[in-house]
Ligand binder design. Structure first.
Ligand SMILES: *Cc1c(COP(=O)(O)O)cnc(C)c1O
Length: 416
């Protein structure tokens, strides 16, 4: 038996001393739910519903097309980008919100490769998020580059081996399954020293960790609006282009919103000089309005304090899993060291899928990632230390009673 180090009382004290505890009030969370999936779909911030009601009823319903000007719809991609820029260490004029992460990765990657036409190699990770893998592969094939996907621990060596043939490195900063964090500064510097460019996917970083793109001299980045940024299902994504690259950038989805003068309606394409050049078509305005409103949650939040809390939530979860679930078949699939791990902890278990379903039936919402990963995200603005204790207690009950072992928990749904 492992040593019992945590008690329920000690955990109540952790909540009482939590400087981030007040943030939970900024969210609409249903009674009886412990939400450990903010890394997949962030919770609903208060005020977003009202903001959307106003957008639909007043701005769309009454303002009609006038609202592109009168309600400031038109500059929303840039304005929302500036709000995200603060969270990721970028300049306000280096981030824009548009399209999906997948589409933005395509635009940025093709643009980056066009800046490295005389080079051959793209390095990425084996086991990267599938959309990143597919887009890297399609773009490499279409443009005649060689894609090398290597194990996470071999990335630096692969970059070194590519040497002067290195065109680009594309990595997800925080791994979606394991939560492992790459050394953004070190890898960026290593690739740039060889003349390569780096594209970071910040899907599991933005809103969870204090990212410092300019402090790392990053070239390009993309990321999600609906995960830790709480923008709502399918919220528009963001992209970052370092201002030093804007003049040379040539993105492949040239559309009228990226034009220098969209409302001149000219036939020849002339890219906008600023980050606006990364836009393609008309913004998904209701999605943008929800995201912009949701970002108010972060307006006065110290990201390093938030980071400290999610690290501690993860540490506590791991300690309690080891304390309470010893010998039940769980293995840690995330780095134990909190500094090397994003805002999530993954476990493996042979019966992972039904166990997650049984947890969800008890109101503890995590998710499952094939083949055997139980994934728990700790969005520090609304997850408490008590939630961690209660989740592990539920998990223990489910295992001890065999509650997970029922047919109703074993049928896979479309979204896991
Ligand atoms: C969630 C996620 C995406 C999602 O891309 P969409 O285009 O929004 O579906 C992309 N990359 C990573 C690493 C992710 O975790």
């Amino acid at each position: 038996m492992t040593q019992h180090t945590y008690t329920r009382n000690a955990i109540a004290q952790m909540d009482a001393n939590d400087p981030m505890a007040h943030l939970r009030d900024r969210f609409e969370l249903p009674e009886g739910v412990i939400y450990l999936d903010g890394n997949s779909l962030g919770a609903l911030p208060k005020g977003v519903n009202e903001r959307l009601q106003k957008a639909v009823t007043e701005e769309w319903g009454k303002g009609l097309i006038r609202s592109w000007n009168d309600a400031d719809w038109y500059p929303a991609p840039q304005r929302t980008g500036a709000a995200i820029a603060r969270l990721i260490g970028a300049g306000e004029d280096e981030v824009v919100v548009c399209d999906s992460t997948s589409v933005n990765l395509y635009k940025v990657l093709v643009g980056a490769l066009r800046m490295r036409k005389d080079r051959k190699v793209i390095i990425s990770e084996q086991g990267n998020f599938p959309t990143d893998v597919y887009i890297n592969a399609e773009v490499a094939d279409m443009m005649g580059y060689e894609l090398r996907c290597v194990a996470p621990e071999d990335v630096e060596q692969a970059i070194a081996e590519a040497g002067e043939t290195l065109a680009a490195v594309q990595l997800t900063h925080v791994h979606y399954k394991s939560g492992r964090i790459y050394d953004m500064k070190g890898i960026t510097e290593q690739a740039q020293t060889l003349g390569g460019l780096v594209i970071w996917d910040l899907a599991h970083s933005a809103g969870a960790l204090p990212v410092d793109l300019n402090g790392c001299n990053a070239d390009f980045a993309v990321g999600c609006g609906y995960k830790y940024l709480n923008g709502g299902p399918g919220a528009p994504a963001f992209l970052f282009v370092a201002s030093r690259h804007l003049a040379e950038m040539h993105q492949p989805l040239a559309g009228w919103h990226g034009h220098a003068k969209p409302f001149a309606f000219t036939q020849g394409y002339e890219p906008h000089a600023k980050i606006d050049q990364m836009l393609t078509g008309t913004a998904s305005q209701l999605g943008l309005i929800a995201l912009e409103s949701a970002l108010k949650v972060f307006a006065d939040v110290d990201m390093s304090a938030l980071r400290k809390k999610n690290q501690q939530l993860g540490d506590l979860f791991i300690a309690l899993v080891e304390q309470e679930l010893d010998g039940m078949g769980f293995e840690l699939a995330s780095p134990r060291d909190g500094a090397a791990r994003g805002s999530q902890v993954s476990l493996t278990h042979a019966e992972g899928y039904p166990i997650v379903q049984a947890l969800i039936a008890r109101g503890v919402i995590g998710d499952f990632r094939a083949p055997d990963i139980l994934r728990f995200g700790f969005a520090a603005p609304y997850v408490s230390y008590q939630d961690i204790w209660d989740s592990v207690s539920h998990l223990r009950e489910i295992m001890k009673t065999g509650e997970w072992d029922q047919a109703k928990f074993k049928t896979r749904q479309a979204v896991t």
